[in-house]
Design a protein. Structure first.
Length: 138
């Protein structure tokens, strides 16, 4: 695993969590659109479960997955934060935190720190070299 891959794990996990949250919202919409049909006919006891029941079951399962992923994300961010804090240079720490813990774009980081984008890339490269020595990643 490269240093960038190591540091980017949190962003990808965060994106997966957001995707699952969107799926829950879509299933909630589906569940609220489900309507029942009332007839005088007796129901078949072997009839498959309703769309609403299926949607609710999927929502519950997906929410449990989201909670597990959030726990994993919190642990991962704690580990990444400890690694970043092990870097001696506070300027490097700030760049790494903004990029890999806050998920800011390079442009936003440059604006926030008052740096030229090329200078920021140079600082980032140096910061990655320090992280490489700490983590022993490629």
């Amino acid at each position: 695993m490269t240093v960038k891959e190591y540091l980017s794990q949190a962003k990808f996990l965060d994106q997966r969590i957001n995707s699952k949250i969107q799926q829950v919202a879509a299933l909630n919409d589906l569940a609220t659109k489900a309507t029942s049909t009332l007839t005088g006919m007796p129901r078949n006891p072997n009839h498959a479960t309703s769309t609403m029941e299926e949607a609710i079951t999927k929502i519950i399962d997906l929410q449990a997955e989201i909670n597990r992923d959030i726990d994993t994300l919190v642990d991962l961010k704690r580990d990444l934060s400890a690694t970043i804090k092990a870097v001696d240079n506070t300027e490097y720490q700030t760049v790494l935190e903004k990029r890999y813990l806050c998920f800011l774009s390079w442009e936003q980081i440059a604006v926030d720190m008052g740096y030229d984008l090329r200078w920021l890339y140079r600082i980032h490269g140096k910061a990655l070299e320090e992280v490489k020595t700490i983590t022993h990643c490629e």
